[in-house]
Structures are given as structure tokens and as C-alpha cells.
Design a protein. Structure first.
Length: 72
């Protein structure tokens, strides 16, 4: 089995705090995740790559309803 963190696009576009967060939870681009918001809502999505040069504070998810959402 290939270590997903060793793929060339494993963290595409992520840097700084967002990259540290992803690595600390062993999450890479294209991973399926579930997040729990402050009000208790659960959201399921897939971690998307980010454009180069964007901020380091957000992780972008593709939600099941088709929308993209930035999480900080």
C-alpha cells in the first residue's frame, strides 16, 4: 500500500497553519472527512487541493451537496 502522504499532490496548495493541521490528523487532499461545527452540525466532504498562493488559514471541502466550502 502506498503512503498517501508521499503522493506528489498529497497537500497541493496547502501551507502554514492549514498544512500543519492536515498533517497532525493524517489528512491529505482527496481524503473524506467529517467536521462538527460549533453549533453541532455535521458536514461530510472531500478535501480539495488549493490554488498556489492562497492564504494558509483555510481548508477547502467539496460537500456532498456539490458546494465547496472553506473551513478555518
Amino acid at each position: 500500500m502506498v503512503d498517501k502522504a508521499k503522493r506528489p499532490d498529497a497537500y497541493k496548495g496547502y501551507r502554514g497553519k492549514a498544512l500543519e493541521f492536515l498533517k497532525s490528523y493524517d489528512i491529505t487532499v482527496w481524503s473524506e472527512v467529517r467536521i462538527l461545527t460549533a453549533d453541532g452540525t455535521e458536514l461530510d466532504g472531500i478535501v480539495l487541493p488549493r490554488a498556489e498562493g492562497t492564504d494558509d488559514k483555510h481548508i477547502v471541502l467539496k460537500l456532498r451537496n456539490g458546494y465547496n466550502m472553506g473551513v478555518s
